[in-house]
Ligand binder design. Structure first.
Ligand code: F6P
Length: 364
């Protein structure tokens, strides 16, 4: 198929490497197909409100090492369920999908490339069913998307968390403290697990394995007995004590995203541990530092590969698919196979066995 005009949008929470994708899509579309590339701004808002910019070779110059997305993003504007506050401060929902469809037609696009996480890709699937020729590119620091081995942004986030753990080790050792690092990961603990291993954590706590406080304390005491009067713990934001629940900052009903916001599980654990040991406990929340800043080389290469492959898939008319990494190859996964499924750390994950084999506590 002759690709003349390609649209691209980036939705959901940002991560490092999105600009590498935008650059690759633009360059591949121009070099391989002499196409015009239109960048829709601020996720699906760009489609709803017809906000866009031309992505020329000049426009994507020098953006490879840049964090964030030059197109902007939002993790709230779902066109099918657009949540806004009314005059009384109540959340009301509207369906703006007809406006979005209208913009797509007005821009005379032959294909729409959607870069996003689970929520953004599900919306893309809805548009695909309405007739928009969509190709998706998976993106999230949480690495929790089904169908792909890795999402770009994940490795950079793991590096940020690993650097933080390295630093917590030295200050923790000096003060003989328990140092807790809370990292992102709502329902999948990939960042905590990989950073915990890379950063030499003593205990790793994940959403997939509700932790037993007595096991955490036992691990700390055992290290004390062996002459290690300090501990470094990494905990994913979605982790919880066995029999307990996640620490929720805002419920789904009160957020414009319509999803609950987590955060605070590290401080909660600190309070629980403090009462039971004779050491000071400190907690660091890494937060959005995991999402910002320059992508590492892995994420630049992966983003570039996925971007170029998405253009090729569009040229072949393979719409309704997500491009994915099935190491060492790139492949296409039908959007209906994803259907909001999240890839958690499985029970039989080799990384869990490795962690325990080298003496890392998992709180179980
Ligand atoms: O999707 C990635 C993620 O980093 C989650 O782990 C986290 O809960 C969420 O984004 C936070 O997003 P925001 O603060 O942008 O709403």
């Amino acid at each position: 198929m002759k690709l003349k005009r390609i649209g691209i949008l980036t939705g959901g929470g940002d991560c490092s490497g999105i600009n590498a994708v935008i650059r690759a899509v633009t360059r591949a579309a121009i070099f391989q197909h002499q196409a015009t590339v239109i960048g829709l701004e601020d996720g699906y808002d760009g489609l709803i409100y017809n906000r866009h910019q031309d992505l020329t070779l000049d426009a994507v110059k020098d953006i490879l090492p840049l964090g964030g997305t030059i197109l902007g993003t939002t993790n709230r504007g779902n066109p099918f369920d657009y949540r806004e506050f009314d005059a009384q401060g109540k959340i009301v929902s509207s369906d703006y999908s007809p406006q979005a469809m209208e913009t797509f037609k007005k821009l005379r696009l032959d294909a729409l490339i959607v870069v996003g996480g689970e929520g953004t890709l599900m919306i893309a699937h809805q548009f695909y069913r309405l007739g928009i020729p969509v190709i998706c590119i998976p993106k999230t620091i949480d690495n929790d998307l089904e169908g792909t081995d890795y999402t770009f942004g994940f490795q950079t986030a793991v590096q940020v968390a690993t650097d933080a753990l390295d630093r917590l080790h030295t200050t923790g050792r000096s003060h003989r403290r328990v140092m807790i690092l809370e990292v992102m990961g709502r329902s999948a603990g990939w960042i905590a697990l990989e950073a915990g291993i890379a950063g030499g954590a003593n205990i790793i706590l994940l959403p997939e394995i509700p932790y037993r406080l007595d096991r955490v304390l036992e691990k700390i005491h055992r290290r004390e007995e062996k002459g290690n009067p300090y501990n470094v713990i990494v905990i994913a934001e979605g982790a919880r004590e066995i029999g307990g629940s996640e620490i929720v900052r805002e419920t789904a009903e009160t957020t414009l995203q319509g999803v609950q916001r987590l955060g605070g599980v590290g401080h909660d654990l600190a309070a629980k541990i403090s009462g039971s040991i004779d050491r000071e406990v400190r907690c660091t929340m890494l937060g959005h530092t995991q999402r910002g800043g320059t992508p590492n080389s892995f994420d630049r290469v992966l983003g570039t590969r996925l971007g170029a492959f998405a253009v090729q898939a569009a040229a072949e008319g393979r719409f309704g698919h997500m491009v994915a990494l099935k190491t060492p190859h790139l492949t296409l996964v039908p959007l209906e196979q994803l259907a909001g499924r999240v890839r958690q750390v499985p029970e039989d994950c080799e990384l869990l066995r490795t962690a325990e084999a080298i003496g890392i506590g998992l709180g179980r």
